[in-house]
Design a protein around this ligand. Structure first.
Ligand SMILES: [Zn+2]
Ligand SMILES: [Zn+2]
Length: 374
């Protein structure tokens, strides 16, 4: 079921506007509060389906031919599009073109007319997100950051800069699970305090031994784990932290104009990953409570963790992915905080020219270069 948001004023397509945090008409600029929109896909569906029924055109048969054509081409390319339980095709309400998606896509835009399209049935039932952090960094800001990241072309190879990769910047909602975990930690240690002092001609070393015991109750809230197969886990971890104070109850209009994907791994499948992560935090915390000693040796340590909640959440990321000279480069930006992850390609020649051209301020250049190469 395709959900598209039409401007009540002029009928043009509306998209989520990060600046005003409302739905905005791309044509007349009209704004609409998202809280006023129906929350569940079922509610929105009645409206969208009604209008679909009302627009049966004499070209319907021809369009079906087109659909079959597109579907077949997709499958030949070895993609998973239209596979599995979501075995239906989506048609743009605007222009009647088939909306080509992978099986995981939940929001995209029509590749023919560009209209924002939200796939409502893929966002319902078990696949309905609980929370979302809507985009706060808008496309213009993301583009400016990407340009700056490339150093304005000063250190990046020329053919990289001329390729105008900025056009491919994509705002994407990445599926996450946010876990609440509770646990207990217990540690039994032997610790020492060593003191050295001089007495006459002697250097004395005094070692005192302590028995240290800790038993802690721990609670970790909203620990995120990336639930998408396609996203690089390490990179997603680096995009953190997200400000969970701005978690909003999910509603479909937030997706209008962006790309969004379903989770590939459910909360049970990712439990080992979150447990491992929280265990690391718990270990660090436990260790941080035992301070002021010269040495600490654990006789016994036990950390027990139990999941309490897991909530399906969509988090905003701006991305540019590209191959450059046989290696993959990624620019990714936290769509809420603006934090950037990734490394631009560097031109060795340009760096050398930089060195040659600058006699003063070498230290500053060194710092800059090490920063880029780090
Ligand atoms: Zn309008
Ligand atoms: Zn269209």
């Amino acid at each position: 079921m395709v959900v598209q948001y039409k401007c009540p004023g002029c009928g043009a397509d509306m998209h989520y506007d990060a600046k005003t945090r409302k739905l905005k008409c791309g044509s007349c600029g009209r704004l609409m509060e998202i809280d006023a929109m129906p929350r569940s896909s079922a509610d929105a569906g009645t409206e969208a389906e009604d209008s679909e029924d009302g627009e049966i055109s004499p070209f319907a048969a021809e369009e079906i031919e087109d659909e079959a054509e597109f579907g077949r081409i997709e499958r030949e390319e070895g993609s998973t599009a239209f596979d599995g339980e979501d075995g239906c095709q989506y048609v743009c309400n605007n222009c009647g073109a088939v909306v080509v998606t992978t099986a995981d896509t939940t929001a995209t835009s029509c590749s023919f007319c560009g209209a924002p399209v939200v796939l409502g049935d893929r966002l319902s039932g078990k696949k309905a997100p609980v929370w979302i952090i809507p985009f706060k960094v808008n496309k213009e800001q993301a583009k400016a950051a990407f340009r700056k990241w490339c150093g304005g072309g000063k250190l990046t190879p020329r053919d990289f800069m001329t390729a105008d990769r900025i056009k491919n910047i994509t705002g994407m909602y990445v599926p996450f699970w946010l876990y609440d975990m509770e646990g207990t930690g217990e540690a039994d240690c032997t610790a020492t305090r060593v003191r050295t002092y001089t007495q006459g001609d002697y250097i004395c070393t005094e070692t005192k031994y302590y028995h240290v015991y800790r038993r802690l109750h721990m609670a970790y809230c909203k620990v995120p784990v990336d639930a998408s197969e396609k996203m690089n886990d390490g990179m997603m971890d680096k995009l953190e932290p997200f400000g969970y104070g701005e978690l909003t109850r999910f509603n479909m209009p937030y997706l209008a104009g962006y790309l969004a994907e379903q989770y590939n791994y459910d909360d049970r499948e990712l439990l080992p990953r979150v447990t491992e992560r929280v265990k690391r935090y718990a270990n660090e915390y436990l260790a941080s409570t035992i301070t002021g000693y010269s040495t600490v040796a654990y006789n016994r340590k036990n950390i027990q963790l139990d999941p309490v909640n897991a909530r399906y959440t969509l988090l905003p990321v701006w991305m540019v992915c590209y191959d450059y000279r046989d290696s993959e480069h990624i620019f990714a930006m936290n769509g809420q905080t603006g934090k950037i992850v990734g490394k631009p390609p560097l031109s060795k020649q340009k760096i050398a020219m930089w060195f040659a051209g600058i006699s003063a301020g070498v230290f500053a250049v060194m710092r800059l270069v090490t920063m880029f190469l780090a």
